[in-house]
Design a protein around this ligand. Structure first.
Ligand SMILES: [Zn+2]
Length: 263
């Protein structure tokens, strides 16, 4: 089945994205949304470069650190929106609250620019890149987007990793109540809630659930294996082939303004 990966980054060891595009080809992943993250090799400038090189398949998402002055963040997202970027990527674990009143002008600008917002959600271990750093996982949950999501109905919010482990019920709540809230199913929590069949996930409207891998097809299970896993898991939950297609392709195509083609 054709797929769209809603959550990728530029791989550090593959700055041109060429190798990853071959992985996408093998997995029938026709398009992807590529999100900037802080740090060399994966930042907004790198995303811009790969998106410009492959405008037919890759869509850009600008990372904004909202601890910065609001005016600066607005200028940043405007600059990348002018380059054709579709989304703002946030990482509230850095230490900001997306519900904060001081950010209201930022959300007004995001809405006016017609951008979506995908945020990292969920608990992170203090290992790897985060070792020794202060990361605040309590700020990175869906309810921290509830105020801008209600005030700005034209911004579509996507909670990455299904909104996190302990906070996944916030995702279930907002997805079932607000039309502009979505979640992706990136590993680890995004897969975990389905693997564990956590209460509330089976009855969700699958028009609100998006397939994303966070590049896991590079070193973990291939796209084909992931597709089989999702097929098995969702069928066991009583989901229909239409739900599966929506999860893997149609919902992302709709958000990106691509025709939901035949596959
Ligand atoms: Zn990610």
């Amino acid at each position: 089945m054709k797929k769209i990966d809603f959550h990728l980054h530029v791989p550090k060891e593959d700055p041109t994205f060429e190798k990853y595009l071959r992985i996408m080809d093998r997995g029938r992943v026709t398009a992807a949304l590529v999100h900037g993250v802080p740090g060399p090799g994966r930042d907004n400038a790198e995303v811009l470069r790969v998106v410009k090189a492959h405008p037919d398949r890759l869509f850009g998402s600008v990372h904004a650190d909202l601890r910065r002055p609001v005016r600066e963040s607005i200028a940043l997202v405007r600059r990348y929106a002018e380059e054709g970027f579709r989304c703002v990527k946030l990482f509230p674990n850095l230490g900001f609250d997306p519900n904060a009143e001081r950010l209201e002008p930022f959300w007004a600008a995001v809405e006016k620019l017609g951008l979506m917002c995908l945020s990292h959600c969920g608990w992170l271990a203090n290992t790897g890149a985060f070792a020794g750093k202060r990361i605040e996982s309590l700020l990175a949950t869906p309810m921290h987007f509830e105020v801008p999501a209600r005030r700005h109905p034209k911004i579509n919010f996507i909670f990455a990793h299904f909104g996190g482990g302990g906070s996944y019920l916030e995702t279930v709540t907002l997805l079932s109540r607000l039309p502009n809230c979505y979640a992706d199913t990136c590993p680890g929590w995004g897969k975990w809630v389905f693997a564990e069949r956590m209460p509330g996930v089976a009855s969700l409207d699958f028009r609100k659930v998006l397939f994303g891998t966070d590049n896991s097809a590079q070193s973990g299970p291939s796209y084909a294996e992931q597709e089989r896993w999702w097929g098995r898991t969702l069928r066991a939950m009583g989901k229909t082939p239409t739900d599966c297609r929506r999860h893997l392709y149609d919902n992302a195509a709709a958000l990106l303004g691509l025709a939901a083609e035949k596959r």
